[in-house]
Design a protein around this ligand. Structure first.
Ligand SMILES: C[S@@+](CC[C@H](N)C(=O)[O-])C[C@H]1O[C@@H](n2cnc3c(N)ncnc32)[C@H](O)[C@@H]1O
Length: 287
């Protein structure tokens, strides 16, 4: 991000000094599931568009990538009505997708979709901050976890619990693909006074929360707390130019990839040829 933009954004945010009163703070933080369920009651399947860009941003989701060669298993957390899931299932014939959301109504829409078949997909209700994913999905069995605009809906004090929950079902070497709102995003700068719960956390008109991520916050959650390796962690900035008003404004997303460690047992298996193919030139392969 350009320095002058960051200075401007900090000035805008510094002007908003009031925070939502404690009673309402507690209500919004604890009633998130109810508010998202109402959101899907109002909007049904019509709010978000199918996310056809995901394989452009994440090579792991392209057919032909190493992950797609061996019947990969993906978990989409906060799946909503499946806008991320359907294009992936269509493009990758061998993939199996678990999809969870804490809104029963959203999960019902996924299950009712014409593309839903239990041989390719399993949708279930789960609050990722408190319901153990490992009760539904075998531990260490998932190749890819996609977290697409879901962590921003979690209050910051519950984000680390969600990370621990995910880490438990991730395979050694499995990856988390993350995309969400970035700090200083246009939507953050546009919140009027009266919506802020704490720094970078806001409540929308409909009672749903919106947290804006810095790359440092992501590192804290996934690397320091989750014990994962950081493969990518950066901002994606999309310039919007309103020529009529002569205003430049930025949509800012935080996009990252983290990987679970490959533990020593797996490395030994790999060295004996059980997991990975030996590479030409490996000393183990000299014969
Ligand atoms: C902005 S929508 C994103 C939907 C989907 N990932 C997509 O890309 O279209 C955020 C979703 O996260 C879900 N969500 C929020 N907090 C959650 C939680 N604690 N556990 C599970 N799902 C949650 C909401 O119900 C909502 O469907």
């Amino acid at each position: 991000m350009e320095e002058s933009f960051v200075t401007h954004a900090k000035e805008v945010l510094a002007k908003d000094t009031s925070v939502v009163p404690e009673f309402w703070q507690t209500k919004y933080r604890n009633e998130a599931s109810k508010n998202w369920d109402k959101f899907y009651n109002r909007n049904t399947t019509n709010f978000f568009k199918d996310r056809h860009w995901t394989d452009r941003e994440f090579e792991e989701l392209r057919a032909g990538h190493a992950f797609s060669e061996s019947k990969p298993v993906l978990l989409e957390i906060g799946c909503g009505v499946g806008n991320f899931v359907w294009p992936i299932i269509e493009r990758n014939p061998d993939i199996f997708v678990y999809a969870c959301d804490f809104s029963p109504r959203a999960v019902g829409f996924v299950q009712a979709n014409e593309n839903y078949t239990e041989s390719r997909c399993r949708a279930f209700v789960c609050d990722i901050t408190k319901d153990r994913l490992a009760d539904t999905i075998p531990p260490r069995s998932v190749d890819i976890v996609s977290a697409i605009f879901v962590f921003s809906a979690l209050p910051p004090e519950k984000q680390a619990d969600a990370v621990s929950n995910i880490v438990e079902i991730l395979k050694p070497g499995g990856r988390i693909l993350f995309r969400d709102y970035g700090i200083y995003d246009l939507a953050q700068l546009r919140f009027k006074s009266g919506h802020k719960l704490e720094d970078n956390l806001y409540v929308r008109q409909d009672g749903t929360l919106s947290y804006y991520f810095s790359t440092d916050r992501l590192r804290e959650l996934f690397v320091q707390h989750g014990g994962l390796a950081e493969l990518e962690n950066d901002y994606v900035v999309k310039k919007l130019v309103n020529a009529k008003l002569n205003i430049d404004s930025d949509r800012i997303f935080a996009q990252a990839k983290f990987q679970a460690p490959i533990d020593s047992g797996d490395i030994e298996a790999a060295m004996s040829g059980a997991v990975l193919d030996k590479q030409p030139g490996d000393s183990m392969n000299a014969e």
